[in-house]
Ligand binder design. Sequence first.
Ligand SMILES: [Zn+2]
Ligand SMILES: [Zn+2]
Length: 256
Amino acid sequence: MAAPIGDMFSLCVDSSKVSSYVEVRTIDKIKGKGLFAKKPIRKGETIFIERPLVSAQFLWNALYKYRACEYCLRSLETAEENARRLSGNPSLILPHPEQCRVRKELHQMCPQCQVMYCSSECRQAALDQYHRTLCLGLSQEDPEHPINKLQDAWRNMHFPPETSSIVLMARMVATVKQARNKGHWLNLFSQFCSRTANEEEEIAHKLLGEKFQGQLALLRNLFTTALYDDHLNRVSAAPPSDALADSLGPMRLSPE
Ligand SMILES: [Zn+2]
Ligand SMILES: [Zn+2]
């Protein structure tokens, strides 16, 4: 059975380029959706290129000041600058500097919070999608800001190597908050949300022990506080809605 139009896959790939190779089909209610080849694919052939819906640096990386575009994660520093910063050795020389093309003349900064972008295109795309809602302005370094508290809590639960970032969730919710057509985005995101999320959490608690129960409750609490806080809504035209509250419910991103 063909997957409904407007699924996450068709949003994240260039559908005109991908359609001849593969298609998304719903297998059944238990397995959910799958990607199926429509014709034989030769070794080495590119079948699709996926753009991330949202992306974010790991929070420990960001804390150690890895310089990357806030939107697309392109490095804003050369490998040599990176190695000098991390080693504390300002005279370190790395071979093949020509392999690191960093175009500093194109870099842009958010004038409110000073986060950096690789280009004006990325700055505008972030602003249009989620940054209007999540820009911390002068509170960028304020440990009491709800978003910073959320990030701090996440870091304290996820020591390196990190495998995910709570910022991805925050950007998804901010995307809905800023979107003109909220129903469209909620519908897309709902494809990620398991209706049995709460049941699964309880199973996880049984397996992992009591301390994780508090962690999930704490994260949920901080997350809700952070994304409903009035001063986060200063620039955003969209007040939180019931539908958005529903979207905040599941903290997990597991496909149905
Ligand atoms: Zn970028
Ligand atoms: Zn900003």
